[in-house]
Design a protein around this ligand. Structure first.
Ligand SMILES: [Zn+2]
Length: 152
């Protein structure tokens, strides 16, 4: 389909869950295998489930471990598509306001594979009930955070 110059909302890019990660590959420690999680857009469906308190708690903590920080903010393509053009997206989580869309959350799967998500994933889970792949939830729940080489 053609986007024909229509503003896309500054969302980044769509990548299917568990496909090889490339978006900020320059930040990867050498020799790392990395997969995409949570690179949603308004054109592709995704698995849904209302998040547990445990999952939201782990995501809140993960925000303190955001990595691969970028300049500027991307917005939520799902909200953008229905006319909410907030940028940055700011969420309330455990009594704190958090701006999203400027960094990523990386966790290490039990097989050592790095799972890389935009930090917008916290909003996707909270507001759009996106259900991340099982191995991502497991790694997150066990607080196995990864980070970009050379710091953030
Ligand atoms: Zn949204």
């Amino acid at each position: 389909m053609s986007l024909g110059g229509v503003p896309r909302g500054g969302g980044v890019s769509y990548f299917a869950d568990l496909t090889p990660y490339s978006y900020s590959a320059r930040f990867l420690p050498p020799g790392t295998t990395a997969l995409n999680v949570g690179w949603l857009d308004e054109h592709h469906g995704f698995a849904k489930r209302r998040p547990s308190r445990a999952l939201m708690g782990a995501l809140a903590e993960a925000l303190d471990h955001s990595t691969a920080r970028t300049r500027g903010y991307s917005s939520c393509p799902l909200c953008w598509a229905v006319g909410d053009r907030s940028c940055p997206v700011v969420i309330e989580l455990h009594g704190r306001s958090r701006a999203l869309g400027d960094a990523e959350i990386w966790v290490v799967g039990s097989d050592g594979v790095l799972l890389c998500a935009p930090n917008m994933i916290v909003h996707y889970v909270q507001s759009h009930h996106y259900r991340p792949p099982k191995q991502f939830i497991e790694a997150l729940t066990e607080r196995r955070f990864g980070s970009a080489s050379g710091g953030t």
